[in-house]
Design a protein around this ligand. Sequence first.
Ligand SMILES: [Zn+2]
Length: 125
Amino acid sequence: MEYLKERVSYIRGLTDGLGIDDTTNEGKVLLSIVDLLDDMVDAMIELDTSQSELDEYIENLDEDLANVENEVFDYDDQDGEQNYIEVECPNCKETVYFEEETFDDDDEDIICPNCNKPIYTDDNE
Ligand SMILES: [Zn+2]
C-alpha cells in the first residue's frame, strides 16, 4: 500500500514542480484529482490495516475453536467408556482395577477384590 502513497506524493510533487496551481480551470481540476487520489489511498491503507487485524482475530478465534473442539472431543471420547484406575494392592501386591467413581466417595473403604483387605490409594506404592 505504501507504494501507492509514494506515487501520489510523486504526482503532487510533479504538479508543484510544473507550477500547476488553482488559478486556471485545468489546474483546479488536476489539483482536486490529486487530493482525491490522496484521500483514496488513505482510505485503502485504513481498510488494509483493519483487514489485517480481522485476519489476525479470525486466526486466533480459529485456534480457540480448535482447542474447544479438542476438549469436547476428548470429553465425548471418555463419556462412552468406563474409566478404570489401576492400583497395586499394598497387602497382596496384586494389580487390581477399580471404576473411577469408586474413588469419588471418600468415606467408603476400597476393598481389594483379591485379598479382601482395604486399599488406601494415597500410599499404595
Ligand atoms: Zn489385595
